[in-house]
Design a protein around this ligand. Structure first.
Ligand code: IPM
Ligand code: MN
Length: 371
């Protein structure tokens, strides 16, 4: 199959983790006789430096004519520490989500037996945790009217949702639950917020079309607690933009590292795939970032192309690295391997270059000696 992929490396560790994903995609193309072509475009702090805009028009145009978008990370500390900055890298990502109408952000949360010791939670509560967060991505407080009074003493952000915006993500979330353990939890704050009450109403109505899916409703403060106390109870979590942002970072703790979690943002046109982690500027250029969030996002991209076998092979390769303790510094701060080594191992696995018993001593040579 021939596919055109728009690549936005973005900021911080974005370029180095994305590079590994491209290598893995190329290995898949080689092994399965596909042809992937890549068009690189700018977004974020990198784009501001080069063009003055966090999202040049050309990037949107390239994305629209691609079959999928692979994105790295966004953000730079020089903007975080300057609340008066008029132009911010994150505006690029928000505008891209809006321009492409990427309204559903899908974030699977998986736990790995080999990594359970890394989670601050007890292993017994992590066994078998497997849920997916459906986060609404183009509405709510992120996109409502923003105001700052002239004297700078009053600020507001509106949170707005329409029935149509809720319905268009609720339906795929229910469909997803139907293919899984048939349970959907709506996370909201309906005891306080009018928007949450609308979410509840629309979700209750949508539920009628999916009688085989059990629905429950949970306030976001309780959900934040339940994700830690009893994460196994969740199958599909459906929630609005801001709550989804917060609980997905929280949920990453279950996996052991934020660096492991992938995501897909889908809408009416082209879909975008990105790790949920940020730009991690402290690690940029050091070859120490975890590329698995990006590589697993590339696996979701393959799923999206309906290349199931290919996607599963990438996931199998990722599991193989974890089981053999080929991990980056976020996972093992002493015996760690570099970003590029992990990427190469996964590409080699995909290409069938790793024999049954890997020559560990060769890989050991590439292990870090920095303690
Ligand atoms: C995410 C990020 C973004 C968000 C930022 C970078 C705007 O945290 O994708 O979760 O808040 O949506
Ligand atoms: Mn976030």
């Amino acid at each position: 199959m021939k596919k055109k992929i728009a690549v936005i490396e973005g900021d911080g560790i974005g370029p180095e983790v994305t590079k590994q994903s491209i290598n893995v995609l190329n290995a898949i193309a080689g092994a399965f006789d596909h042809e992937f072509t890549y068009q690189y475009c700018l977004m974020g702090a990198d784009a501001i430096d080069k063009t003055g805009s966090p999202l040049p028009d050309e990037t949107v145009a390239v994305c629209l004519e691609s079959d999928a978008i692979l994105f790295g990370a966004i953000g730079h500390p020089k903007y975080d520490n300057d609340p008066t900055a008029k132009v911010r890298p994150e505006q690029g990502l928000l505008k891209l989500r809006k321009s492409l109408q990427l309204y559903a952000n899908i974030r699977p949360v998986t736990t790995y037996t080999a990594l359970q010791h890394l989670s601050p939670l007890k292993s017994k509560s992590l066994e078998g945790v497997d849920f997916v967060i459906f986060r609404e991505l183009t509405g709510g407080i992120y996109f409502g009217k923003k105001e700052l009074s002239e004297d700078g003493t009053r600020a507001s952000d509106d949170c707005v949702y329409t029935r149509a915006e809720i319905e268009r993500i609720a339906v795929p979330a229910f469909q997803y639950a139907q293919k899984r353990r048939k349970k959907l939890t709506l996370v909201d704050k309906a005891n306080v917020l009018e928007t949450s009450r609308l979410w509840r109403k629309v979700v209750q109505e949508t539920a009628a079309q999916f009688p085989d899916v059990a629905v429950d409703y949970m306030f976001v403060d309780n959900a934040a607690m339940q994700i830690i106390l009893n994460p196994k109870q969740f199958d599909v979590i459906l929630t609005e933009n801001m709550f989804g942002d917060i609980i997905s970072d929280e949920a990453s703790v279950l996996s052991g590292s934020l660096g492991l979690l992938p995501s897909a943002s889908v809408g009416s046109a082209v879909a975008l795939f990105e790790p949920i982690h940020g730009s991690y500027p402290q690690a940029a250029g050091k070859d120490i970032a975890n590329p698995l969030g990006s590589i697993l996002s590339a696996a979701m991209l393959l799923d999206h192309f309906e290349m199931k076998e290919e996607a599963n092979l990438v996931r199998e390769a990722v599991n193989w690295t974890l089981q053999n303790a080929f991990v980056t510094k976020d996972i093992d701060p002493v015996n760690f391997y570099f970003t590029s080594t992990i990427g190469e191992l996964i590409s080699d696995y995909v290409s069938g270059k790793i024999p049954g018993s890997v020559k560990k001593e060769n890989i050991e040579l590439r292990k870090s000696t920095i303690i």
